[in-house]
Ligand binder design. Structure first.
Ligand code: ADP
Ligand code: ZN
Ligand code: ZN
Length: 710
């Protein structure tokens, strides 16, 4: 029998079910009487599922985020392993070309997928493992067609011992410019654990730095883990990694089915995948020979999980790099304040790319004061005129508006009634195709009112503009140019983004209208004008991070302009053209803004100069929600006194920014501490006590450590 070890899975009887568990600790004794102990029915694994470093990461995650270890470990594992499947790739089955197969073969001249499969298989003369087929973008269908045509076959062999040395690179790297080289020299010379902030303006060639750092890592037969914010939105980035190297790239994202996810996970754990690229949860992917971690767009909010285990993958990545004793590169044009704050005491080392790579020059910024100017589709006349000029010069223009749908509200022109969600404290958004009212907070939908429910007047008007309305107006203004809308409603099909990007890349003069989806990471060489329709929202946010977010968004969106030889222009419509944030950004840069804003945070003792945890609660009754939080607050006060914890402030409880959502009443209590350690000391005792609270089972509550969303 195999020896018991921490990290092995077992099947255990639980009531009248069998469940899968992980051995978390081994003890000779138990406080539970022997008669009550049950025997595990099966030992599933022969060796621990997770390498030691990852096991430690999970334990740390569980304690840092005050989340149960069981659930933490379970979040870290692919679904199939949670269900007790063996930790093996589909099988050690390989696909191989048969002699006489070549890409120009007449039998596949009209089958591009099969042609591509032949090209890929040709690079794997000893066979391509099943686990990698999906990762390399091939389909089973294509391979089976090749098999029927006598061009490929399946063989059964273990893939691990037969791969022949191949050149590492599939294409020649770009020649790094001076700043890129300086960054690379620093990163490559360092040994062990180092945190690098690669702060590079948009278009400065951060990706090229990642690629060359990865090359170095692969040369030492080590693996690189790359976290990116959203995979579906940036197929171009993935393509660049695949195109560069001859090593298998495992990609982990939400579009994978359970089997594909497990195969990719195993390819990473076995060391077969040289590069592992994934979104947030990929931080829990085991690596056989970790060498480098990269977090692209480190400021991005999508790294923070907003429910269940509320971890921040960027922060975990730094801790993981420490556990693995490897370098980590945090890349961004607009670093988060947390990261900037870590640069000052020298915990992180800053590398700067201040110039755009190649021949591209930075865009020029300009605020357009729209006070008392008429807006149509959210746009002022001067903006429309400017767009016309860019289009006529054969260029593309991008319009950013952070609201999808036709209009954010529907209003009665007679009495001022507005369409509201019945389940939330929010207005319904009017959508046009199909015509419906949507609540963007709870997802509920209903048909558009024909007359005002309050005064029966028929004159109901859409107020304000969303992407649909902007699109409609642009089509009217520029009937001769295509208008492409990119938001969550037009991008529902899997390939929609890819085909849209291909169209933009073709370079035809056109107008792009879109939300955040357009802001991130894309390379649009022919966009010369970027217009931000409404910058004012972020300037008045109730969240103290509002300005930081707004500045990041403006810089990221602006970064889509002028990425090639053609210079770019950025226009920001605002009612507050003399707002300090806008002045900092338009006349200086993000650093200037960040310096000023960080100083303000320091004065106010807000993060990153203090540490926060947010206790959220919701229930069907507002009174119950508040009672729970009031008592939680009292409990925390007692505990701070009895533990002798100082420098902790309790703010609230207060209603959440949207008090009622999906029919539930929500409120929150903020805990603010000068020291991370005191915060955790309090949280630890407080949460154990809260779990015993009589209301804890009637109110839905959660703790969010380092919340990003207030
Ligand atoms: P970032 O990620 O910093 O926004 P990218 O890595 O996307 O920038 O690079 C922007 C563009 O510059 C890309 O088209 C890239 O191919 C090009 N580029 C990057 N480095 C170089 C270089 N050293 N020489 C020439 N072009 C480069
Ligand atoms: Zn009315
Ligand atoms: Zn709603």
């Amino acid at each position: 029998m195999d020896a018991l070890q921490v990290g092995l899975r077992v099947r255990v009887p639980f009531g009248n079910r069998q469940m899968v568990g992980l051995i978390a600790a081994i003890s000779e004794h138990s406080n539970v009487p022997a008669s009550k102990l049950k025997r595990a029915s099966e030992l599933i694994d022969h060796s621990p599922l997770l390498p030691e470093s990852l096991w430690k990461l999970c334990i740390w995650t569980s304690s840092y985020y005050q989340h149960g270890l069981g659930d933490t470990l379970s979040s870290a594992l692919p679904v199939l392993l949670r269900r007790g499947e063996p930790a093996l790739a589909r099988q050690d089955l390989l696909w191989q070309l048969l002699p006489g197969a070549y890409p120009e073969h007449p039998a596949i001249s009209r089958a591009p997928k099969q042609k591509e499969a032949v090209q890929v298989l040709a690079r794997h003369p000893h066979g391509l493992s099943h686990a990698l087929i999906n990762q390399l973008g091939l389909t089973r269908d294509a391979l089976e067609s090749l098999e029927r045509k006598g061009l490929a076959q399946r063989i059964s062999q273990s893939p691990h011992h037969i791969s022949e040395p191949q050149p590492l690179l599939r294409e020649t790297p770009l020649t790094a410019n001076e700043e890129q080289q300086a960054a690379l020299d620093a990163i490559l010379a360092a040994e062990g654990f180092n945190v690098w902030l690669l702060e590079g303006v948009t278009g400065s060639g951060k990706t090229e730095v990642y690629l060359q750092a990865i090359e170095h890592c692969l040369q030492q037969s080590r693996q690189a883990l790359v976290l990116i914010p959203e995979i579906g939105l940036t197929p171009q980035t993935l393509e660049r990694f695949r195109r560069r190297f001859n090593v298998p790239v495992a990609i982990l994202h939400s579009g994978l089915n359970d089997r594909e996810r497990l195969d990719a996970w195993i390819a990473a754990r076995e060391g077969e995948a040289g590069i592992v690229i994934g979104t947030r949860s990929a931080i829990f992917t085991p690596l056989a020979r970790p060498g480098l971690i990269i977090v692209d767009e480190e400021h991005d909010l999508s790294y923070k999980q907003q429910d269940g285990l509320r971890y921040n993958a960027r922060d975990l990545a730094v801790y993981r790099a420490h556990l693995e004793q490897v370098s980590i590169v945090l890349g961004s044009a607009t670093p988060s304040f947390e990261t900037l704050h870590n640069v000052q005491p020298g915990r992180y080392q800053r590398l700067r790319l201040t110039q755009r790579a190649g021949n591209a020059s930075p865009p020029t910024f300009q605020c357009l004061d729209i006070r008392s100017r008429p807006l149509e589709g959210g746009m002022s006349r001067p903006l429309i005129q400017l767009m016309g000029e860019h289009l006529r010069q054969g260029n593309q223009a991008l319009v950013f508006i952070n609201r999808r749908g036709f209009a954010p509200t529907l209003m009665c022109h007679d009495c001022g009634w507005m369409a509201e969600c019945r389940r939330c404290d929010a207005r319904m958004t009017l959508h046009q195709s199909p015509a419906q009212l949507h609540c963007h907070h709870c997802g509920s939908q209903r048909s558009v009112d024909r007359s005002c429910p309050k005064c029966q007047c028929q004159d109901l008007r859409p107020i304000g503009a969303g992407t649909e309305r902007t699109e409609e107006h642009l089509i009217n203004c520029f009937p001769d140019f295509p208008v492409l809308r990119i938001d969550r409603d037009t991008m529902t099909r899997k390939q929609a983004m890819q085909s849209m990007l291909a169209r933009i890349q073709s370079g035809e003069p056109c107008l792009l209208v879109g939300t955040q989806m357009l802001a991130k990471g894309h390379h649009f060489p022919d966009v010369t004008l970027v217009a931000i329709l409404d910058a004012d929202g972020g300037l008045f946010s109730t969240d103290f991070r509002g300005p930081e977010r707004m500045a990041q968004l403006i810089i990221q969106v602006a970064g889509r302009a002028g990425r090639a030889e053609k210079p770019g222009q950025v226009l920001i419509q605002t009612h507050m053209a003399e707002h300090q944030l806008l002045l900092d950004l338009t006349e200086h840069d993000y650093s200037r803004f960040a310096e000023r804003e960080l100083a303000a945070r320091a004065t106010a003792q807000l993060p990153p100069y203090s540490f926060m945890a947010l206790l959220r609660a919701e229930s069907n009754s507002s009174a119950q929600t508040h009672q729970f939080l009031d008592e939680a607050c009292e409990l925390a006060e007692q505990l701070t006194a009895s533990l002798g914890v100082t420098g902790v402030e309790l703010l609230g409880p207060v209603p959440s920014p949207m008090e009622r959502r999906a029919g539930r009443h929500r409120a929150q209590l903020l805990v603010l501490a000068g020291q991370r350690s005191t915060l955790h000391q309090l949280l630890h005792s407080w949460l154990s006590a809260l779990e015993q609270h009589p209301l804890a089972r009637r109110v839905r509550w959660s703790i969010d450590v380092d919340p990003l969303d207030m």
